[in-house]
Design a protein around this ligand. Structure first.
Ligand SMILES: NC(=O)c1ccc[n+]([C@@H]2O[C@H](COP(=O)([O-])OP(=O)(O)OC[C@H]3O[C@@H](n4cnc5c(N)ncnc54)[C@H](OP(=O)(O)O)[C@@H]3O)[C@@H](O)[C@H]2O)c1
Length: 330
């Protein structure tokens, strides 16, 4: 199998390299692509140094079976035709094609069969916040249809890319040394702060990130569920957390929900408050599953349930989910 990674130098691209190294995929050749910035740089894979090629409109994708792309929506849009022209399936981490009717939006634990119907040879990976939420929601949906969801997210700096992580580290260093912190990747200083603003605002005053959670959840779950989200950036390096409230058609008890989470594919139940057992991003970073804890009955609504959900958004929220899609296809 010949695989390409587009955006190999980035936060997601580097995770692709680690995950492909860990998993036993029959890879004969791996090609790495980037912009002028990283072209020529080399990365080690299975004992060999691979050099990043400049992504261009040429024949480099001839013979490629799967292209794992994570280089932003503009690059995906510009190069989709070049990448898929000779038969490669493009598994895309950007938001470019997610809501296109002829592009499946896939989370293998929830809707793996959708991956088989990709007429444009493009399969979209959902937004990171949506992926971890639908993996958890799917467990409850099997018990009773979910009518609506309220969610607040606590999103780590790495969700904004490799340079954003560096910016957060530099801000703490600058503040510690009494210097003015540099602010570029976030709307405000993130160090010692939380910012209720991820992506741009839309005309209904929700951000694009928040509307992705509404629209993508419905598409992946084939559901009429309504999702009202508040997406917040927090000074955590890696792994997103979500406080999720949901309302089901019939009441679901905490015990039923616990059992469903414990049995759900891709979910790890971590819920023993009296022993201080609940998921936290510091300890979940670098792990594969979606962790769920703090499960409670809602106090304001008989059919309401509330819980806390944490997952590494560069792994399950991006690179791992894309590799799982690839594995589903082969
Ligand atoms: N970070 C996350 O948690 C996360 C989660 C889900 C989805 N995503 C999505 O994944 C994509 C990448 O995110 P990231 O966090 O990895 O960003 P990043 O760390 O900023 O990396 C961006 C990557 O894109 C490459 N790139 C940019 N323009 C290019 C071009 N014209 N041609 C070829 N390569 C180009 C960069 O290569 P150079 O270094 O050569 O410029 C770099 O490898 C984005 O669409 C993002 O929305 C990210």
């Amino acid at each position: 199998m010949k695989i390409a990674i587009v955006g190999a130098s980035g936060a997601v691209g580097q995770e692709f390299l680690r995950i492909l190294e860990e998993r036993e995929l029959p890879i004969d050749e791996l090609l790495l692509f980037g912009s002028q910035r990283s072209a020529g740089r080399s990365y080690r894979f299975r004992g060999r140094d691979l050099t990043v090629r400049l992504l261009q409109h040429n024949d480099d994708f001839r013979g490629v079976d799967f292209a794992l792309t994570s280089a932003g929506a503009g690059t995906s849009r510009e190069f989709a035709e070049t990448i898929t022209r000779y038969g490669a399936v493009m598994i895309d981490n950007s938001s470019a094609f997610r809501m296109d009717a002829d592009v499946p939006l896939v989370v293998p634990e929830v809707n793996p069969e959708d991956a088989k119907n990709a007429p444009r040879r493009i399969i979209a990976n959902p937004n990171c916040t949506t992926i971890q939420m639908v993996v958890a929601l799917n467990a409850i949906e099997r018990l009773s249809h979910i009518r609506r969801v309220h969610v607040s997210t606590y999103q780590s700096a790495s969700g904004a890319g490799a340079a954003a992580m560096d910016e957060l580290v530099a801000q703490y260093a600058d503040l510690g040394a009494g210097r003015e912190p540099h602010v570029e990747k976030f709307a405000f200083q993130l160090a010692y702060n939380v910012i209720p603003h991820i992506d741009v605002f839309t005309e209904n005053d929700y951000t694009k990130e928040e509307m992705k959670m509404f629209n993508e959840t419905r598409k992946i779950m084939h559901s009429d569920v309504r999702v009202s989200a508040t997406c917040v950036r927090v000074p955590v390096m890696r792994a997103h957390s979500e406080s999720i409230w949901l309302e089901t058609e019939r009441p679901v008890s905490v015990e039923e929900a616990r059992r469903a989470f414990a049995e759900a594919p891709g979910v790890v139940l971590m819920d023993n408050p009296s022993e201080k057992v609940y998921p936290m991003p510091l300890f979940i970073a670098g792990k594969d599953p979606v962790y769920v804890g703090r499960i409670r009955k809602d106090l304001t609504c008989d059919n309401g349930l509330t819980f806390w959900c944490v997952s590494d958004q560069i792994r399950k929220g991006a690179a791992l989910n894309a590799v799982q899609i690839l594995e589903t296809l082969i």
